[in-house]
Write a protein that binds this ligand. Structure first.
Ligand SMILES: Nc1ncnc2c1ncn2[C@@H]1O[C@H](COP(=O)(O)OP(=O)(O)OP(=O)(O)O)[C@@H](O)[C@H]1O
Ligand SMILES: [Mg+2]
Length: 255
C-alpha cells in the first residue's frame, strides 16, 4: 500500500510544476492588464486636465471648473482598479451560483404516489415479484428476481461483485423505482406507500458507518424521536456499544 514513493513524488512534482506554469500565465495577463490600465489612466488625466487648462487659458472655463475636473479624474484613477476587480468578482460569484444550482436545483423525480398511504406492518413479509432493474442498460443487474422473505427469517445474499446485492437493498428502500416487477411489504406495494413511512420501518447498517454530528444519544435514537434514555441505553447494550460509548469524552472534557 502506498509504497510507490518515487512515483508519488513525481506526481506531486508534476502537479506543482503545472500549477506554477498556470500561475505564471495568469500573472502575465494581469501584468498586461495593469499596463494597459495605467496607460489609459495616463491618457485620461492628461486629456481631461490638459483640456481644462487649455479652456481656462482661453477664458472659456473658470479655475474652479479646472480644479473640479482634475479632482474627479484623479478619484476615478484611484477607483478604476477596484471597480475592475469588483466586476470580475461579481462574474466569478455568478459562476459559483450557477454551478451550485446544477447540484441543488434538480427536480425530484422519485415522488410519493398521489394517494400514497403510510406503510402498515403486520407480519413484515417482504415479497420481490419478478423484479428487473438494470439501471437502463440491456444486461446485468437484476433480471426477473422472485424472492419472499418471511417474518423472522434471516437471509444472506451471496454473489460476485456487481451481481446486484446492493441494488436489491436500494430497491427495497425505494431509492430507485423498479424497471419492472413489484416489491411488496405485507402485501402493500412500496411504490404506493409514502417514502417516509417505508424508510421509517427499515434499519440499515452499512460497511462504512458514520456518526451524525450530534450527541451519541441522538444518533442512537435517530429512528425513533422521543425514545427514552433507558431505550437508548438498551439499544446501545444490544449493539455491544456501551463500553466504547462510556470511554468517549466530550469536547469540553466531560465523559
Ligand atoms: N447507480 C448506478 N448506476 C448504474 N449502474 C449501477 C449503479 N449502481 C450499480 N450499478 C451496476 O449494477 C450492477 C449491480 O451493482 P450492485 O452494486 O448492486 O452489486 P453488488 O452485488 O452489491 O456488488 P458488490 O459485491 O461489489 O457490493 C453492477 O453492474 C453495477 O455496476
Ligand atoms: Mg454491494
Amino acid at each position: 500500500m502506498f509504497s510507490g514513493q518515487d512515483s508519488e513524488i513525481g506526481q506531486a512534482k508534476s502537479a506543482m510544476i503545472n500549477a506554477r506554469e498556470k500561475l505564471i500565465l495568469e500573472m502575465r495577463i494581469i501584468t498586461k492588464m495593469d499596463l494597459v490600465l495605467t496607460m489609459l489612466n495616463g491618457f485620461l488625466i492628461t486629456g481631461v486636465v490638459g483640456l481644462a487648462i487649455w479652456l481656462w487659458v482661453g477664458g472659456h472655463a473658470t479655475a474652479g471648473m479646472v480644479a473640479a475636473a482634475s479632482a474627479l479624474v484623479l478619484r476615478l484613477n484611484a477607483m478604476i482598479g477596484w471597480i475592475m476587480w469588483a466586476v470580475t468578482g461579481l462574474f466569478r460569484e455568478l459562476g459559483v451560483v450557477r454551478e451550485g444550482m446544477e447540484t441543488i436545483a434538480q427536480p425530484i423525480e422519485l415522488v410519493d404516489a398521489p394517494d400514497a398511504k403510510p406503510l402498515e406492518l403486520f407480519r413484515s413479509k417482504i415479497d420481490f415479484r419478478s423484479v428487473t432493474h438494470r439501471y437502463g442498460r440491456d444486461n446485468g443487474g437484476l433480471d426477473c428476481l422472485d424472492l419472499t422473505i418471511n417474518h423472522g427469517e434471516k437471509v444472506g445474499l451471496v454473489g460476485r461483485s456487481g451481481a446486484g446485492k446492493s441494488t436489491l437493498v436500494k430497491l427495497l428502500l425505494r431509492l430507485y423505482d423498479t424497471e419492472s416487477g413489484q416489491i411488496l411489504i405485507d402485501d402493500q406495494d412500496i411504490a404506493q406507500v409514502t417514502q417516509d413511512s417505508l424508510r421509517n420501518h427499515i434499519g440499515m447498517v452499512q460497511q462504512d458507518s458514520s456518526l451524525l454530528h450530534r450527541s451519541i444519544r441522538e444518533n442512537i435514537g435517530y429512528g425513533r424521536s422521543g425514545a427514552s434514555d433507558a431505550e437508548n441505553a438498551l439499544a446501545a447494550a444490544r449493539a455491544h456499544a456501551t463500553d466504547f460509548i462510556a470511554e468517549l469524552v466530550d469536547k469540553d472534557g466531560k465523559t
